[in-house]
Ligand binder design. Structure first.
Ligand code: B12
Ligand SMILES: C[S@@+](CC[C@H](N)C(=O)[O-])C[C@H]1O[C@@H](n2cnc3c(N)ncnc32)[C@H](O)[C@@H]1O
Ligand code: SF4
Length: 475
């Protein structure tokens, strides 16, 4: 069967990691590998690049179209893409899946969509394809929300979460035409690798543990080593909690070393308290790349702040983790949360912490209720009517305690204190010196876009545009 897998343009990538990161649709590559194994003809179209959807549909003539929905902010874009597919290929079965779709399928249960997958795709997509091929009822495929003549129904739950090794390697060949477009910070092209999935912690704002019920599954050492060896020299590891299992982490580092894997750059994500317990593991991993960065949830500048987020880790761990990582020459990119309920003094406390520990290589996201979380359920009424595109962690979804104007002045000032402010400590020339001459236009374009985050007026404009009630008081 001809199957087309789509990664839509997210629609809103103006803020946050958006301008700096564009990585491959790894979930679709794993599904692609499973579908190829089952004998189907598979095409992956990354719609962030040319050609446009109509060309892909014409070329592929799909019977089944899968659309990926990774982030909540993409809901409306995903539906718009589904509508276009329906127009171009009226007979195609349209299926949506991915992190945000699985965590909260409601907004995607639209007339234009045939089913939403609320589980992983590797095992279930081939079963959907098989049913369509045989004309069998899809109600027998577990893990779906299905559009029927009687409305949307749920198929049975999956008995257990499948092992990640059922599909050991992603079908990266399906995106080879886009490879040079994938980039992270200064590195281009970039490869995305997954070694484990899920997280056992319980941070109140996070959609990961709630989706996977605090489970964490690991790929086999052999599969991960093979994937690293076959990938290029700049790697972003998708795992939310790298180095989670100490014995496996040490074994993996040794196996990669033995295979001769050495990268120009690796980026992983992990927690502060884990770093504090993992000095030996980190020492084993550090020689595997020339530059090695860690994306770390620092979240708050006080124990009280961390406790309020159920982070289950303290400020002592934050400070100690940064010290250990720096001592081993890891780069630290922290992320802090900014709460719409903050007073002026909360911003000052954050600035003081950033300054004291030299954490200017940090990001600052507005605490956002993500659908599928308990936090969302408790405050959803306040965000009612907001477009999904605003769930990008750089928009206010309701009126903040300080009022929007003052809040955004302080929020923009927070970003001005970061390394991304080209009028600050690290100017454009310092950035340009770090890249090859051919990358200069790229880095200038990205930095230019990033400066939006230092301007209160840019946020306010969007705030008033999506809060009709405030229209009369726009600046
Ligand atoms: C890579 C990544 C990105 C990339 C984008 C990737 C891409 N191709 O577009 C970048 C770095 C740009 C990014 C940015 C952001 N991200 Co992001 N990202 C991830 C990350 C780390 C990995 C995703 C991944 O590839 N996983 C591995 C693959 C194998 O798993 P998967 O995608 O889930 O796919 C499986 C299933 O979901 C399913 N499936 C997937 N697609 C489909 C399609 C169909 C049809 C079907 C049936 C099934 C299906 O099957 C797959 C195989 O089992 C996740 C965390 C995570 N571990 O998942 C966060 C995550 C998705 N991101 C998140 C966030 C918050 C953001 C940002 C808002 C952060 C910021 N500060 O700016 C921005 C938003 C960017 C924007 N404006 O567009 C949150 C999502 C929150 C939410 N509910 O919206 C996550 C969960 C991280 C977190 N811990 O909070 N992100
Ligand atoms: C840095 S990685 C997390 C790495 C690692 N898992 C940890 O907990 O330290 C993801 C970061 O995105 C931010 N984030 C996730 N969900 C968010 C939300 N709902 N609102 C605002 N920021 C969020 C948090 O700062 C979180 O730490
Ligand atoms: S923020 Fe990090 S540690 Fe906390 S639940 Fe999410 S992935 Fe796990």
């Amino acid at each position: 069967m001809n199957i087309l897998l789509l990664r839509p343009h997210p629609g809103n990538d103006r803020f946050g990691l958006g301008p700096f990161f564009c990585v491959e649709p790894l979930g679709l590559e794993y599904i692609g590998a499973a579908l190829l194994q089952a004998g189907h003809q598979v095409t992956i179209a990354d719609l962030r690049f040319r050609p446009a959807l109509a060309t892909w549909v014409r070329r592929c003539r799909p019977r089944l179209v899968g659309i990926s929905c990774l982030h909540t902010l993409e809901f409306d874009r995903v539906l718009a893409t589904a509508r276009e597919v329906r127009r171009l290929a009226p007979e195609a079965f349209i299926m949506v899946g991915g992190h945000a779709a699985a965590a909260f399928s409601g907004p995607l249960e639209d007339d234009v969509v045939d089913a939403v997958m609320v589980e992983d795709g590797e095992v279930l997509m081939p079963r959907v394809a098989q049913c369509l091929e045989q004309g069998a009822a899809l109600t027998q495929v577990p893990g779906l929300r299905l559009h029927t003549a009687d409305g949307w129904i749920a198929t049975p739950e999956l008995a257990e979460r499948p092992s990640l090794d059922l599909v050991p390697l992603p079908a990266r060949q399906l995106v080879k035409q886009h490879r040079n477009g994938y980039h992270c910070l200064l590195f281009k092209p970039v490869w995305l690798i997954e070694t484990a999935r899920g997280c056992p912690h319980r941070c109140s704002f996070c959609s990961v543990w709630q989706l996977y019920d605090r489970t964490c599954r690991e790929r086999s050492i052999e599969a991960v080593v093979e994937d690293f060896a076959e990938s290029g020299d700049a790697v972003f590891v998708a795992d939310d909690l790298f180095w989670h299992n100490p014995a496996r982490s040490l074994e993996l580092a040794a196996a990669l070393k033995k295979r001769g894997v050495y990268k120009r750059w690796i980026l992983v994500q992990t927690r502060t308290d884990l770093i504090c317990r993992s000095a030996e593991i980190m020492a084993a991993w550090r020689p595997l790349a020339k530059d090695f960065d860690i994306f770390l949830g620092l979240e708050a500048a006080s124990d009280r702040g961390l406790k309020g987020l159920d982070k289950d880790s303290g400020i002592t761990e934050s400070i100690e983790a940064v010290r250990i990582a720096r001592e081993l020459s890891y780069g630290i990119n922290g992320n802090f949360l900014v709460d719409p309920e903050w007073d002026e003094q909360d911003f000052h406390q954050l600035w003081g912490f950033v300054e004291r520990y030299g954490l200017q290589r940090a990001g600052f996201t507005i605490l956002t209720p993500l659908p599928g979380t308990d936090y969302y359920r408790s405050v959803a009424h306040k965000a009612a009517g907001q477009p999904w595109a605003n769930f990008d962690m750089h928009h206010l979804l309701w009126e903040p305690k300080l009022g929007p104007r003052r809040f955004f002045e302080l929020y923009a000032e927070t970003w001005r204190r970061s390394i991304l402010n080209t009028a600050g400590d690290k100017g454009i020339l310092d950035w340009v010196r770090q890249v090859r001459p051919s990358q200069i236009p790229y880095i200038i374009k990205v930095l230019w876009r990033t400066q939006t985050m230092m301007k209160p007026a840019e946020y306010l404009k969007e705030y008033y545009a999506s809060c009709p009630a405030m229209a009369g008081v726009a600046p």
